[in-house]
Design a protein around this ligand. Sequence first.
Ligand code: IMP
Length: 444
Amino acid sequence: MAGTMGSSNSGHKTKGNATAVIGMQWGDEGKGKLVDLLSAEHDVVVRYNGGANAGHSVVIAGQRYALHLIPAGILSKGTLAVIGNGVVLDPDTLLKELDTLQSRGVDTSNLVISANAHVVMPYHKDEDAAREDTLKGGAGESPLTEIGTTRRGIGPAYADKVQRAAAVRARDLLRPELLRARIAQACRFKAPILGKQPDVEAMVATATQWGQRLAPMIRETTYLVHDQLRAGKRVMFEGANGTLLDVDHGTFPYVTGSNTGTAGIATGAGVPPTILTSAIGVMKAYSSRVGSGPMPTELSGDTAHRIRERGREYGTTTGRPRRVGWLDVVALRYAAMLNGITSLSVMLLDVLAGFDTIKVCTAYQLADGSTTDRFVADGPELAGAKPVYTDLPGFMDEIGAARSLAALPKPARAYLDFIQEKVGVSIGFVSIGPDREQTIIVGA
Ligand code: IMP
């Protein structure tokens, strides 16, 4: 099996003009690096879900950029960067990010924000924190624990979008009367939840300032994206968070507030589901998770420590140490199926150097003793699932300098072959270090 990928794989290149880049695990798969890599062959990069909970880190020429809201495509010169209607926009974070990028010489004039994107207000963050604090440690006999959110107000902002009554959209930042009315109304609703009356005037003043700075960027984006597609421009949809954190298809309730996969692109950017010409699934060579909720292959002790340190597994957004575990191909097969993944991008393979044996979860043993190779999309039920492992030989040598599959140790190639066989999708990219150059483009 080893070495078969290089010769026959043809699924790695982005086909047509609409590419999705999707996280296949619990976020932090390394999407930022891939988006940056592919930006050169795209004219437009669109964020369609999530908010400042996401953390995309990109290393260019040894310089690390951490982006939360601005599409990572902004780092590529001339790329139009779109924050779509499905994103919940935190203007505070956005403005800080813009300032940082500008001070480092990045051209941000190509950033456009959907007028219909919902705004994360300060009370959303307070509400997020209040709900998490209430759940912390479980209450008495209650089986519920906190979700372990990023406390960036994501859930409450999406909840208010669906509630409608007092939600604030980006366009409202430019409509003073409506803005004041919406904020005043929202504060009335929030007071009992927060146990205090938020300061309406202070918030209106802040939101008005946001509007003044963001005004040149706020515009209609649905037609904009369609116009670009019609003009034959190449558009990339940059997923945030990961498939297993999807509010409908993930490990509920330990999920985020949006549809993180390809399904979210239609609603979050205003394009039909049939638009995609390729969907690249980004996965780590192992598993990681931040916050609460089950991860069947979770490791502890020395093995976990080694993976965490080598993989720099600390949150880009919160700095929290990430939980780490062996690869779970049950989850990956599910993610490939849900998203219609056409090509895999395996990230952080270098982190696994130095293990005698690498374990891969290929099935779950459920609480009733039965075995399944299907993912269990429910937090409490998945918590009772035990991994069934296949052991593969590890590789000892560092691989960061490899520039082709042939230069990888045989067991590393066998590991990649095993992944593509079990997931059922061919591998297009293998990342063996943080730099742009440390990427093997399969078949290139
Ligand atoms: P929220 O999105 O802040 O509400 O957090 C919900 C869950 O999703 C928590 O477990 C977070 O740690 C997790 N989460 C949200 N965004 C990301 C991400 O970009 N990477 C990893 N985990 C995330």
